[in-house]
Design a protein around this ligand. Structure first.
Ligand SMILES: [Zn+2]
Length: 255
């Protein structure tokens, strides 16, 4: 068989599925180191191996590709092996092993990616709900500040009263408190706001804390009866809050 005729059998030979007669022809050309066929057959072997290795279009786990190449290399390097079919099957077995390893690896990786996606989604939902809460707070605050029915109270005008700020009270929308120079509540304690009536016990109006800069924003979104209210006050209370004030008010803003 001429070199030209033999060309179409290179791949079949490399795959180990060439007919015995063609295989003998190829091996005969390889044995005499035929300058036309030897490079072509080597290329065909490399392509067969590369094709199988390249099949997964993602990065193989580190080391796996090297292990497969090391396992296949001796087979590829032996140009005139006695029994090519055995080597081809050995190659195929190694490639199948690689495929199994790769599928296990990619399944694990997919699992990991799904878990990561889940965590990111949860985080995004948390951020979104936090933003919704902040947005609502801002809208409430703006309404309380801008509505004509709102009453504005100012507290802490002098240096003898460290917390200073403003309070807006709207009969339907509630109370907005903005304070500065109010240090964060100590561990296990929290600030509690009160609506103090002209007579009777103060009514709780929500818990809040100030930030590390000593600034606090607190919105209480329930109606306030302006005809009976005398003041808005703030006390330091246990973390869970208290039904009635248990300490001297830090802030008192009278109507
Ligand atoms: Zn040849």
């Amino acid at each position: 068989m001429s070199c030209d005729e033999l060309k179409e059998f290179y791949e079949l030979y490399a795959l180990g599925v060439a007919e015995p007669e063609e295989r003998r022809e190829v091996e005969e050309h390889l044995e005499r180191n035929c300058p036309n066929c030897t490079p072509g057959i080597r290329l065909a072997r490399q392509q067969v191996a590369a094709l199988a290795l390249a099949a997964p279009q993602v990065e193989l786990p580190s080391g796996l590709r090297d292990r497969v190449v090391t396992a296949v290399a001796p087979v590829l390097e032996k140009p005139t092996s006695v029994n090519w079919l055995t080597h081809a099957w050995a190659t195929l077995a190694v490639l199948m092993l690689a495929a199994v390893l790769w599928y296990n690896y990619s399944a694990r990786r997919l699992e990991g990616q799904l878990a990561l996606l889940g965590r990111r989604l949860a985080a995004a939902e948390t951020t979104n709900s936090e933003l919704t809460v902040r947005n609502r707070l801002l809208v409430e605050a703006l309404a309380l500040v801008s509505l004509p029915e709102s009453r504005q109270l100012i507290f802490g005008r002098t240096d003898r009263e460290p917390p200073r700020g403003r309070i807006w009270v709207h009969p339907q929308r509630g109370v907005l408190l903005l304070a500065s120079r109010l240090p964060p509540a100590p561990a296990g304690r929290i600030y509690e706001m009160w609506i103090v009536p002209k007579s009777g016990p103060p009514a709780p109006a929500g818990l809040f804390n100030s930030d590390p800069r000593g600034e606090a924003t607190h919105v209480w979104s329930l109606p306030v009866d302006l005809s009976t209210a005398a003041a808005v006050a703030v006390t330091l209370e246990p973390e869970a809050g208290a039904p009635a004030p248990t300490s001297t008010p830090l802030i008192v803003a009278s109507f």
